[in-house]
Design a protein around this ligand. Structure first.
Ligand SMILES: [Fe+2]
Length: 201
C-alpha cells in the first residue's frame, strides 16, 4: 500500500506537456534546439495583465496541433506570470492593454532550464510592435491568428498557424497585426538568453 498524495497536475503542467508534444513532432522546432532534458518547476505564481480576458476569450482557430496548445493556454492563463517588457512611453497604453507574454520555460520561466527559453506571446488586432532586437536567436511559432513580420534584410512575411519565423542574433525585426490577433510561442537559444528584447533606436 502506498501513502501520501500524488503530485498535482496543474494547468501549467498540462500546457508544458502539450507544448512538448507538439515541439517533439515539429521538425522546424526540434531543429532549432533540443527539448531540455531537465525542467524544474520554479514555483512562479500568477501575475495579472490587462489582456487576460482577451486570452480566455480568444476565438481564432489554428491547426489541430496548435489548437491543443491554444486551449491549454486559455486554461493556464489565470496561473501565468504575465509580463510586459515595454513602458507606456515606448508603446502607448492601448498596446499595453492588449499585449502580454509569459515565459513558460527558461532561466526566469515557470519551468527552469538555461538551454531553451519558450514564451507564450499575445498581441491584439491592429497593433504595431516596432523594430527591436536581442542577442539570442529566435524562432516564432504561430498558434493562431496572424502576425505580419518585417526583418532586416528580408521581404515582409505573414505568419499563420503552425508556421515558423527565425531571427538571427541582433537581427532587427518588427511585427504588426491587422484585423486578427496573434498568439504564438517564441523560442530563444544561444548567447543572450537571459536578456530582454530592446526597441531599436
Ligand atoms: Fe524577437
Amino acid at each position: 500500500m502506498t501513502t501520501g498524495t500524488a503530485p498535482s497536475h496543474t494547468p501549467m503542467d498540462a500546457l508544458l506537456s502539450t507544448v512538448k508534444d507538439v515541439y517533439l513532432n515539429t521538425p522546424a522546432l526540434i531543429d532549432f534546439a533540443p527539448w531540455p532534458a531537465r525542467l524544474e518547476n520554479s514555483g512562479l505564481g500568477h501575475r495579472r495583465m490587462p489582456a487576460e480576458p482577451l486570452i480566455t476569450g480568444f476565438a481564432e482557430t489554428g491547426t489541430p496541433e496548435t489548437d491543443a496548445i491554444v486551449n491549454a493556454i486559455k486554461v493556464a492563463s489565470s496561473d501565468a506570470y504575465w509580463t510586459q517588457t515595454y513602458t507606456v512611453e515606448e508603446v502607448g497604453q492601448d498596446f499595453l492593454n492588449r499585449y502580454g507574454y509569459f515565459e513558460l520555460l527558461g532561466p526566469t520561466g515557470h519551468f527552469y532550464n538555461d538551454e531553451l527559453r519558450g514564451y507564450v506571446g499575445y498581441w491584439g488586432e491592429g497593433l504595431d510592435y516596432g523594430w527591436h532586437n536581442h542577442e539570442a536567436e529566435e524562432l516564432y511559432y504561430c498558434l493562431a491568428g496572424e502576425g505580419l513580420f518585417k526583418a532586416e534584410g528580408e521581404a515582409d512575411h505573414s505568419l499563420t498557424a503552425s508556421q515558423t519565423k527565425y531571427h538571427s542574433s541582433f537581427q532587427k525585426h518588427a511585427m504588426s497585426t491587422s484585423d486578427k490577433p496573434f498568439l504564438c510561442l517564441a523560442f530563444w537559444r544561444g548567447k543572450g538568453m537571459r536578456e530582454l528584447p530592446r526597441m531599436a533606436s
